[in-house]
Design a protein around this ligand. Structure first.
Ligand code: V07
Length: 260
């Protein structure tokens, strides 16, 4: 009879703890970005209202944040609400806009304990005051943390971010702070909402859609993409580890020649 234990002991990757340790032997992505899709579909499959899917998806956010933080990743950007999402039924929008408060009400103490810094990017104008208040309070309370940056894209759209950057560059050029010769990709990046973050090394999109949906168009120029059919509420730690392992296999092949 084959001794399973013996077979496993070669590479103990069946054990999540060991799997994490193995992953940490090699470079992990500095910045992971995720399009958390499939919450509505998850609910539909169970004959539940879409809100149930969004709520379940929030639990996945917590799980994934903990694991990503343990892996030593610097930043995790999550697409929580796009500028397109306002087109959804008002009851759904209202529900979604309560999730940041619920999430932070439940998990902020743990995030502080884990040295996580909460941030957000997106147009603050249309976000309801109660939502913005909760997020900005969390940002203030975690501003001194120097662990994982947990960056929520909330009322975010990439084209609008780029246009705002262009306008600010023109403003600074007109006022004489900038001249045409100063313009470079590096300078342009500093006019985007991600100015303080490295570009994502890994983008994950769940639920089988193979598109970017106006998410970080500039920042994803050199990013590795990982698409999975798994719906966001069903996304597990093992799925995240699989994506990171695939990232490591791909980048390993280029043997240090990957930097743009
Ligand atoms: C939202 C849960 C995850 C799946 C995607 C849609 C629904 C966490 C937040 C959040 C945002 C800001 C913040 C803290 C938490 C959130 C929205 C939707 C709008 F500071 N999950 N989650 N925000 N969903």
């Amino acid at each position: 009879m084959i001794n399973k234990k013996k077979l496993w002991s070669k590479k103990e990757s069946h054990n999540p703890k060991n799997r994490i340790e193995e992953i940490k032997q090699e470079p992990v992505p500095k910045h992971i970005a995720i399009i958390m899709d499939g919450n509505g579909r998850w609910a539909k499959k169970r004959a539940l209202p879409r809100m149930a899917g969004h709520h379940e998806g929030m639990k996945t956010v917590r799980k994934v944040t903990r694991l990503v933080s343990n892996l030593g990743v610097q930043a995790l950007t999550l697409y929580a609400f796009s500028t397109e999402n306002w087109k959804r039924p008002k009851v759904e929008v209202d529900f979604l806009m309560k999730l940041p408060e619920e999430f932070l009400g439940t998990f902020l103490p743990e995030l502080i304990e884990e040295n996580v810094r909460v941030e957000m990017m997106g147009d603050r104008e249309q976000i309801p005051a109660h939502t913005l208040y909760a997020v900005e309070k969390a940002m203030k309370e975690t501003a001194g943390n120097d662990g994982l940056v947990l960056n929520f894209a909330l009322n975010y759209g990439s084209r609008s971010e780029i246009m705002a950057g262009v306008k600010n560059i023109i403003r600074d050029a007109k006022s004489g702070i900038l001249s045409e010769d100063d313009l470079s990709e590096e300078l342009f990046s500093r006019y985007l909402m991600t100015r303080h973050l490295p570009d994502p090394d890994l983008l994950i999109r769940t639920s089988g859609e193979i598109r970017l949906s106006n998410f970080m168009l500039w920042q994803l120029a050199y990013t590795e993409f990982w698409f999975t059919d798994v719906l966001w509420p069903d996304f597990t730690e093992a799925d995240l580890l699989e994506a990171v392992e695939a990232f490591q296999r791909r980048t390993r092949r280029f043997g240090g020649l990957t930097d743009k």
